[in-house]
Design a protein around this ligand. Sequence first.
Ligand code: PLP
Length: 455
Amino acid sequence: MKPLSNSLQHMDVTTTLHPYTDARVHEEKGPLVIERGEGIHVIDSTGKKYIEALSGLWSVAVGFSQTRLRDAAAAQMEKLPYYHTFAGKGHEPSIRLSEKLVEMTPENLTRVFFTSSGSEANDTVVKMVWYMNNALGRPEKKKFLARNKAYHGITVASGSLTGLPANHRDFDLPAIPVVHLTCPHFYRFGHDGETEAEFSARLVKEAEDTILREGPKTIAAFIGEPVMGAGGVMVPPAGYWEGIAALCKKYDILLVADEVINGFGRTGARWGCEKMGFTPDILVTSKQLTSSYMPLAAVLFSEAIYDAIADNSHKIGTFGHGYTATGHPVATAVGLENLAIIEEQGLIENAARMGEQLQAGLAKFADHPLVGEVRGTGLIAAIELVADKATKRPFDPLGKVGAKAFEIGHEEGMIIRNLGDSLALCPPLIATAADVDEIVRIMGVILDRTAEWLA
Ligand code: PLP
């Protein structure tokens, strides 16, 4: 091991197993220690400043130094730092946040269940749906439909719904009944000569054929991110969601919108499902709910689902599900203040405006020799790098060039994320026009320097 320059680095490599990290490479390199946040920037332990162009993990809507969230957390810590919501207990912040979320979400969503992470929220969805179908006397209706390249989390059930090989490999997943359908990414999965409309129709037919093959009575729910995030930022073409929503209605299948990234303005609309034109029976939200200042997620669901669960809890005496931190008072107090800031500062509208500027700025890179596709909507985007523009041939091995671009980004003072060879951007919703210009400028430098490195 190389000598390490400071003791935090040494402590880290001798004690910590990092998520999504090659542990042996990490032992050599050590951590990048982030010390402070300032608006859309973070600052590392050497004083180097970076634009956080992925909002941390797609989540810090209000930037990294919002003192109102600090004050809301401190005030709640002072008053009631912890209490639970088991056995009929409640407290003001979680009750008020439930009410606020019901007000903010599509009209049919009237009930809320809190967890601390998106993964736990999606596990909760699976368990609620199973519990409900057992209660309704249809115990065979348990399977989920999801998509390849979907990201729904990493716990045993949510990780099963996720459609990314690295989340399954050597973890013995999927471990629940789930069928993964084709990812609705036209650039990669459209056939030669196919139009986007034909692609959407083919994927909807694939879903219907799957439902018929498996038996509609066995399919409980379809889960999808309206705009896909961690799998590479994919915006499904027109007709896709309309077709999927119609199928769910036809076969009595619940439609679950995983809005953990999309929610609260990321796509330029309040909800991704609104942007994509469908109404879910269940909506899952997290990340921008508290700008990730506190861990919190929420499952919103319809009165019909609530009634079935409530009746069964009455019949058997309880709804035997919940976490120590369900509705945590500090997390929900921070969530309330964060949503107030998003509303007062018009951050959803800002995301729509800045999103247009970002997408237009990035679109100029479509001609760059390394770029296969520029895609996105609102303040979420990706640039896919390819070995051959004409044939769309990816680099081999996939991810090596993306990793180099990621590293160059750090050198240039901007944190992006490489998903394979797709470079993702997802800046905080507070980004200004000047910030977006700077993000686009640095992205150009990253592309040029990556091309030079390859040459
Ligand atoms: N669902 C989506 C769409 C996500 O993007 C994520 C995380 O990135 C999750 C679920 C899982 O959330 P968490 O990491 O909080 O468990």
